[in-house]
Design a protein around this ligand. Structure first.
Ligand code: GTR
Length: 331
């Protein structure tokens, strides 16, 4: 019987023989696996693919990215876990899903934190945005690198039952939220019944009536097909939750400083590219909603919604008091 050591040695000598017979230019190729819950063509998917193409070009094909879109590798919780163990290199996920892993990010999950999406962009593009990326990277146990941000607009409510003309219409509706206790508490405070669930289950849950509604930005609502089952969309814009591309720390630590620098550079470029694509997609989603006959309600007065979420602020706000003040001061 061949011993473990003998086996390892024969493997090694085979490797040497193979290396000697290969042409001098041959080198190991590394393909980074990337995941996204959204389909091909979605801004976040395209931006990460474009990062991959630049990487491939800059390294003569030594490094590249293989995108697994449309939840092929599961929901976001699974993607984060796979990145943590190094089974996946890049995961494009919502800060809603990352909050339970890196608590500092939860400040961004407070409802009505930002005045509008422009305010959120100014914060993420500035010092606070970099600090929060670093909080991910420097987190002692998360096992992730915060590579870059991605815009995701504002999230609004949608449901299969009735238009939400005012806050009272939310009463008793079972509304799916992202897997983070802050959102369950937010929905309950608004009068609904918050149900945390992975994104991969939302369409079926809406279709079968396990939930009456959900909340998301127009592109997700349309391009992930939820609009085929939920006909009422109300522009509550209660959350502006950004997204992040995280890189597996395990994989990262095995890369050279130069390769890390390339990823950082192309990450920043992906962030800028996604924003441009996002604006186009947001408009396309709104147009598609109209064409499909979705009843779109605007909320004339958001104050009752803002007042109702006070318990969430009372519970989670104090520990973020300092950064909240800085966020509010950003123009
Ligand atoms: C989308 C977001 C996804 C995912 C999803 C959700 O807007 O792009 O990353 O977080 O929402 O509601 O789970």
């Amino acid at each position: 019987m061949i011993s473990r050591r003998q086996f390892a040695l024969s493997g090694a000598s085979l490797g040497v023989a193979a290396a000697l017979t290969r042409p001098a230019v041959a080198q190991t190729k590394t393909v980074f696996k990337a995941s996204d819950v959204h389909p091909e063509g979605y801004p976040t998917v395209t931006a990460v693919e474009s990062l991959g193409e630049k990487l491939k070009k800059a390294t003569d094909g030594r490094l590249s990215v293989q995108m697994y879109a449309s939840m092929q590798l599961g929901g976001e919780k699974e993607a984060i876990e796979q990145a943590q163990i190094g089974a996946l290199a890049l995961a494009r996920v919502s800060v809603g899903a990352l909050g339970p892993v890196v608590d500092d990010l939860n400040v961004l999950n407070l409802p009505f934190l930002f005045r509008d999406t422009k305010h959120a962009q100014a914060v993420l593009d500035g010092a606070i945005g970099q600090e929060l990326l670093d909080k991910v990277t420097n987190h002692p146990t998360a096992g992730l690198i915060g590579l870059c941000w991605m815009d995701a607009g504002a999230r609004s409510m949608y449901d299969t039952k009735r238009p939400i003309k005012d806050i009272g219409d939310l009463k008793g509706l079972k509304v799916r939220v992202m897997g983070n206790p802050m959102f369950v508490e937010m929905m309950n405070a608004l009068g609904g019944n918050g149900i945390a669930m992975g994104y991969d289950q939302v369409f079926t849950a809406l279709q079968t009536g396990v939930v009456d509604g959900a909340e998301n930005n127009p592109p997700s609502f349309v391009f992930d097909n939820h609009f085929q089952v939920a006909k009422y969309y109300t522009l509550t814009e209660h959350l502006i939750v950004p997204e992040m591309v995280v890189f597996s720390k395990r994989v990262w630590n095995g890369l050279s400083k130069d390769d890390q620098a390339l990823l950082t550079k192309f990450g920043k470029e992906a962030q800028a590219e996604e924003r441009v694509l996002w604006n186009v997609y947001q408009q396309q989603a709104l147009d598609k909603m109209k064409a499909a006959g979705i009843i779109v309600e605007t909320v004339a007065d958001k104050k009752p919604f803002q007042d109702a979420v006070k318990p969430v602020w009372d519970k989670y706000g104090p520990k973020f008091a300092e950064v909240i003040k800085r966020i509010q001061a950003v123009q």
